[in-house]
Write a protein that binds this ligand. Structure first.
Ligand SMILES: Nc1nc2c(ncn2[C@@H]2O[C@H](COP(=O)(O)OP(=O)(O)OP(=O)(O)O)[C@@H](O)[C@H]2O)c(=O)[nH]1
Ligand SMILES: [Zn+2]
Length: 208
């Protein structure tokens, strides 16, 4: 049900009237069509269950559409003995899929925020990355979405996000530049105009 609500929200944002989720059978039939398109025989033994497996694995790879950042960041606490400085969670691994080719993006996120009284559980920051990672993305969008969610839900004094990722659509196909990394950064609140805070963020990321 949540998934359908999410589809409707996305449709509303895109100015469309309705988008209904197909049945599992329709999704499996679409995978069968893609197998034929790739030049395969979907009726050979090894591929008989593949449409079913792919439809099921989409549920996991794109589970972010069923999750909300508000729920993930909903629990905060105050007892941190007056700690009033940046909290950085770095090297958070994630997988996503590019919205242009539906091919994997493999990356790491580094997320810092300057708490304003309340802090969030550290694991929730990793979960937030997956809420947006498990959707079709561009790197620019996922970077901005993480920063906006931290900013609008937690109301910290500042947020800094850096993402480093390899886009397999640039490695496996097309221009075929294996190993190239794309880096995006965005800053909110006090980080936006504070070059020292930005430099400290970068330094903390690069420390061993
Ligand atoms: N800005 C941005 N571009 C991306 C991202 N992921 C993939 N792309 C790019 O999206 C572009 C899509 O370009 P198109 O010319 O429409 O598609 P294409 O013919 O498949 O392009 P090639 O990949 O160059 O073969 C490509 O240049 C991709 O490298 C991303 O996260 N951000
Ligand atoms: Zn792509």
């Amino acid at each position: 049900m949540d998934a359908i609500l999410n589809l409707r929200e996305n449709a509303a944002r895109q100015g469309e009237k309705t988008l209904t989720r197909p049945t599992r059978e329709e999704a499996e039939a679409a995978v069968r069509t893609l197998l034929l398109w790739a030049g395969e025989n979907p009726d050979r033994e090894g591929l008989l269950d593949t449409p079913k497996r792919v439809a099921k694995s989409y549920g996991e790879l794109f589970s972010g559409y069923n999750e909300s950042p508000e729920e993930v960041l909903g629990t905060t606490f105050e007892e941190v003995s007056g700690y009033n400085d940046p909290v950085l969670v770095k090297d958070i691994p994630f997988f996503s899929h590019c919205e242009h080719h539906m091919v994997p993006i493999i990356g790491k996120a580094h997320i810092a925020y300057l708490p304003d009284d309340r802090v969030v559980g550290l694991s929730k920051i990793g979960r937030l990355v997956d809420v947006f990672g498990r959707r079709l993305q561009t790197q620019e969008s996922i970077t901005a979405q993480i920063a906006d969610a931290m900013d609008t839900i937690l109301h910290p004094r500042g947020v800094a996000v850096m993402i480093e990722a390899e886009h397999l659509c640039m490695s496996m196909r097309g221009v075929k530049k294996q190993g190239s990394t794309t880096i995006t950064t965005t800053f909110r609140g006090t980080y936006r105009d504070d070059a020292n805070a930005q430099a400290r963020f970068m330094t903390m990321i690069r420390l061993g």
